[in-house]
Design a protein around this ligand. Structure first.
Ligand SMILES: *Cc1c(COP(=O)(O)O)cnc(C)c1O
Length: 387
């Protein structure tokens, strides 16, 4: 089955009633038919297994070309379960230094402080840096590519083969591109994670997360933690994400097409110092991009000039773009990482990875790019009208 077909048919089991869509199974508990075989139907209690959730998990596994999928109440719940399943006190993790803010918080303030998990952040754009950081107690290499918000790329194949040689598992957060543009398991990664909140669901109306793996033992460990911590996705959210996935291919194509139009506008704008987007001309990592990605996605960042009040005026003057965190929905969004998503990092940490005050992250939605560009133009004019 090809990708677009899997996005619509993957995971559906046609039952005798002939539903064309997956119903929402709301039941918390299921009938046992025989004391001798209490698990016969596969369904006992919805915290553990639920038909709607399972349909989504199968579809996600098919789209990522993995064997097993698991879904969670949020992307952070997925990451927490993964960390709790595969790490214990004294273990070590090598992580890309430019990760999602919540992921850094989980590692720095929970896994490290409460569970004594050691951590080394490296600039994973250079696979050698990962290699040098691996120690005898390293259990995971944790990557995101492209990173949030600076769109740095790392070579999944090169890094996962280094990790494998040391018996270390490679985790890739694939939220920014979705399996439509990048499939980390095919590049050699062991575990893929998603915030389904973003492109996978695609409509900014559900919070969720997913883990996709091919190794049955790893799957069982994570499923056990999820079942016993009770962090699975609800049947209703599972239904929403199943529906969202049907249009993933068409949405991703259009997000990308619109992002390219916005990038063209931004790179010629006098108030914009730099644009960060994997599809930018002469990207320094073009070789890796060509090898592991089939597209660039719809999220980008740019560095605008100006004082804090001018940046604030720009953000609050926008009308088509909503000034809000998150990404991957049909509507366009903008946010300021330094004061919002990455505010919990120290100024020094932000400077080290390059998150300046004027950095704006943008999720390019599905509106007409002419309206987006006109909106940006009027907001820039409003921002700098006081000069
Ligand atoms: C949003 C996001 C997460 C966290 O997901 P939630 O659904 O908000 O819990 C993790 N990683 C990346 C890259 C994200 O963008």
């Amino acid at each position: 089955m090809e990708f677009d077909t899997k996005a619509i048919h993957g995971g559906l089991a046609k039952d005798e009633k002939g539903d064309v869509k997956m119903p929402i199974y709301v039941s918390s508990t299921f009938l046992v038919k025989d004391l001798e075989k209490p698990m016969e139907t596969g369904y006992v209690y919805s915290r553990l297994n639920n038909p709607t959730r399972e349909a989504l998990e199968k579809r996600l596994a098919m789209l990522e070309n993995g064997k097993f999928g698991l879904t969670f109440a949020s992307g952070m719940a997925a990451e927490t379960c993964l960390a709790m399943s595969l790490l214990k006190a004294g273990d070590h993790v090598v992580a890309f230094d430019d990760l999602y803010g919540g992921t850094k918080d989980l590692f720095n303030n929970i896994m490290k402080k409460n569970f004594e998990v050691e951590l080394t952040y490296v600039d994973a754009r250079e696979p050698e840096n990962v290699k040098e950081a691996i120690k005898s107690n390293t259990k995971l290499v944790w990557l995101e590519t492209p990173t949030n918000p600076l769109m740095k790329i790392c070579d999944i194949k090169a890094i996962s083969s280094i990790a494998r040689r040391h018996g270390v598992l490679t985790v890739v957060d694939n939220t920014f591109l979705s399996p439509y543009f990048q499939r980390p398991l095919e590049c050699g990664a062991d575990i893929v994670i998603h915030s389904t909140t973003k492109y996978i669901n695609g409509h900014s109306d559900s919070i969720g997360g997913a883990v996709i793996v091919s190794d049955e033992n790893v799957y069982k460990k994570i499923k056990f933690t999820r079942d016993e911590t009770g962090s699975a996705m609800s049947p209703f959210d599972s239904f929403l994400v199943l529906r969202g996935l049907e249009t993933l291919p068409v949405r991703m194509e259009k997000h990308q097409q619109n992002a390219k139009s916005v990038v063209e506008y931004l790179k010629d704008n006098e108030h914009v110092e730099e644009v960060y987007y994997p599809g930018i001309k002469d990207h320094p990592q073009i070789d890796v991009i060509k090898r592991q990605m089939t597209g660039y996605g719809g999220t980008l960042s740019f560095l605008m000039e100006g004082k804090r009040n001018e940046i604030n005026k720009f953000l609050t003057s926008l009308k088509i773009f909503s000034f809000a965190v998150s990404l991957g929905g049909t509507e366009s969004l903008v946010e300021n990482p330094a004061y919002m998503t990455h505010f919990h990092l120290s100024t020094k940490e932000r400077e080290k990875i390059g998150i300046k005050d004027g950095l704006i992250r943008m999720s390019v939605g599905l509106e007409d790019p002419k309206d987006m560009i006109a909106d940006l133009e009027q907001a820039f004019t409003a921002a700098f009208s006081g000069r």
